[in-house]
Design a protein around this ligand. Sequence first.
Ligand SMILES: O=CCCCC(=O)O
Length: 494
Amino acid sequence: MLDSMDSLKARLSDPDLLRTQAYLGGEWVDADSGETHDVINPANGGTLATVPHLGRAEVARAIALAEAAQKDWAARTAKERAGMLRRWYDLIMENQEDLAVILTAEMGKPLAEARGEIGYGASFIEWFAEEAKRIYGETIPGHQADKRITVIKQPIGVAAAITPWNFPNAMITRKAAPALAAGCAFIVRPAESTPLSALALGELADRAGLPKGILSVVTSGHGGASDIGKEFCENHAVRKLSFTGSTAVGRILLRQAADQVMKCSMELGGNAPFIVFDDADVDAAVEGAIICKFRNNGQTCVCANRIYVQDGVYDAFAKKLAEKLATMKVGDGMEDGVAFGPLINEAAVAKVEEHVADAVAKGGTVAMGGARMGNDGTFFEPTIVTDATSDMLFAHDETFGPLAPLFRFTDEDEVIALANDTIFGLASYFYAKDLSRVYKVAEALEYGIVGVNTGIISTEVAPFGGVKQSGLGREGSHHGIEDYLEMKYICMTV
Ligand SMILES: O=CCCCC(=O)O
């Protein structure tokens, strides 16, 4: 059982990957105040490590070091930057198992899923190492006979990021890789519950030879995020902020960043609809729903939050979903065969409980699960609520847990209106076979991402991001590097 630093170290082939100091300008440091905070294993409540609780002063130093290092980094050839990123990628893949163990220990997702996240996270580094060499400019025919116009793209400068606990590796690499490939310096404040994965990435970046100051990992505990967020937003050297997390926090950061007109990328909340039409392959839809609703135990911004099933297949879908879920094991993510780990903390469990109780009070039926499990850890049964209706909390609020509410619908226009009836617009999914329906529905859904006959939409090659209050900007794909670049137009008289 991983419930202490010693037990975690003993499980690693390379215990030096377990870093417990912040990585600031290429050095491993403690907080000026000496304060630390604990990193807890959600599967058993054990303390895995303590890491520094940095304040604004240390973060300001990281920013100054980043600013000092960035111009040299940007002046290197794209090939040089790409080579270093490629070394970082190789080291991550060589250490995939250890990184997955660290990730499972601090976050809870099953080890197989953690291995998948390490591969997914690394894929952004591989991808953007290649994209570094394709930051092309433009020539534009002059507006006068003696004019020549060219457009070049340059790194924006120092980029800062605040990342979430649910993907402690991939949400860092998806931001760091395009930033570094573009020639920016990058500082990340990882979530307070999952700093160890971030620090391990820092260790491997160091081994890959990234120049000092180009990457910093600044850790802090409860309450520290808002201080660090303020430093990121108020420090004039920071020219770009990228955030993945809740819409509520995203709004605060956007307001703060407005004072120095900082470029922002925001990957915020979702409330993904998952629609199963009568003409769908129901078995495929059940498979898709399991992956999409229960990935990371429902704790993913692109997880289905509302499952709409058409009358003709409603009962069959509900039955098959319950049968499949009944075969899947809940437990400590380090154990073999576990499909669903613990939720991240007590508050997460309380939210699922609240959504179940609210649904029951409003006429919903708990067809499966519905309760927390055991006395230790933060485990919750995979849950299905049938007879879900639009007045229930989960219709408008992301549950972020293993609760699948099944809404019944009859008509295509009706379900599109229901699916779009939210302030969010990140991911959506539907299952159908009729080709004209597929086109029509895909176009009508007001979301940045639409999965058609698939429950998995995440890949480094596609632009990930939302519309409405789900965010600004896109991550991944060839578009993902643009957020870290500025265009400069040069007008020349010849
Ligand atoms: O919660 C959001 C993390 C995004 C995970 C993904 O890339 O699929």
